[in-house]
Design a binder for this molecule. Structure first.
Ligand code: GLN
Length: 280
């Protein structure tokens, strides 16, 4: 079967299963299987596809047709300025989270040397993007999940920042190492009962550990704020991603722990998403 026909057939399977962008997804999966770019596919559409490739492609189409996200099928996702390796155990980097990067880069424009901590490092997309942009900064990342740490280590090597990075497997409550100029976190913040209402692809395939914020959605945020107030230097900055309806409650929690709120920033969908504050 030639490349063009394989893509069309794949797209038909996806369409029959109500996948939103069937043709595009089919094309992405095929380029992934044969490890070529889109241009190759366009200029070689009549070329015959090896049987092995076709088999692998059809398996991926099947997985996509039950909703498994493309990023988990290709094991990669572009975020900020780099491509990150993924596994099923890490949350897929979100475009909205790029707002966190923008804010941190704004805050650190004129800083020479900073010690940054990320609580819940996941794929590493936040911390590693910052370390890549700011060559003289140091980073520490903690996560409760060993598989996440494996992935963030891999990404650190890929982005060539591993010499400036330390990773620890730790629960947020138990971590007591160091003092930091800047702390960042995108903790799980979805209300437990709302998890099942997330988009199907998210709810069925992304790690609950990275999403589940307990009964009121704030149980991890509370721990992260408390721990950050202990580990941050005086006048240090704390940057936190929050759920669209958590602004007021989070402000109250932050003030109680001695933070001054600098700004609440809206994401691409105009939802309150990123809090920037200072330890006073
Ligand atoms: N923004 C993510 C979502 O809506 C949630 C990420 C998180 O809980 N930290 O799926």
């Amino acid at each position: 079967m030639n490349i063009n026909l394989a893509i069309i057939q794949g797209a038909k399977v996806l369409k029959d299963n109500f996948i939103k962008n069937p043709y595009l997804d089919s094309e992405i999966l095929l380029t992934h299987v044969i490890d070529k770019d889109r241009k190759y596919i366009l200029t070689n559409s009549k070329k015959d596809l090896d049987k092995e490739y076709l088999n692998t492609f059809q398996i991926l189409i099947k997985e996509r047709s039950i909703g498994k996200p493309i990023a988990y099928l290709t094991n990669k996702k572009f975020f900020w300025k780099s491509e990150f390796t993924l596994s099923d155990d890490v949350l897929i980097p979100r475009p909205d989270t790029e707002l966190v990067i923008e804010k941190i880069l704004d805050l650190t424009k004129y800083k020479k040397k900073l010690n940054i901590l990320e609580i819940g490092v996941g794929s590493g997309c936040i911390l590693l993007s910052i370390l890549k942009e700011r060559k003289s900064f140091y980073g520490t990342g903690i996560d409760i999940s060993k598989s996440c740490l494996k992935i963030s280590k891999l990404n650190a090597i890929k982005l060539k920042v591993s010499s400036k990075l330390k990773l620890y497997k730790s629960n947020v409550d138990k971590f007591t190492l160091g003092k930091y100029d800047l702390i960042v976190s995108n903790p799980p913040y979805i209300k437990n009962l709302n998890l099942k209402y997330l988009e199907k692809d998210v709810a069925r395939f992304e790690p609950k550990l990275a999403l589940d914020g307990g009964l009121d959605g704030l149980s991890e945020i509370r721990k992260v704020i408390k721990k950050s107030s202990e580990l941050i230097k005086k006048n240090g900055k704390f940057v936190l991603e929050i759920g669209f309806d958590q602004k007021n409650k989070v402000i109250t929690l932050l003030k109680k722990e001695g933070f001054y709120i600098n700004s609440i920033n809206k994401d691409l969908a105009n939802n309150d998403r990123c809090v920037v504050c200072t330890k006073i």
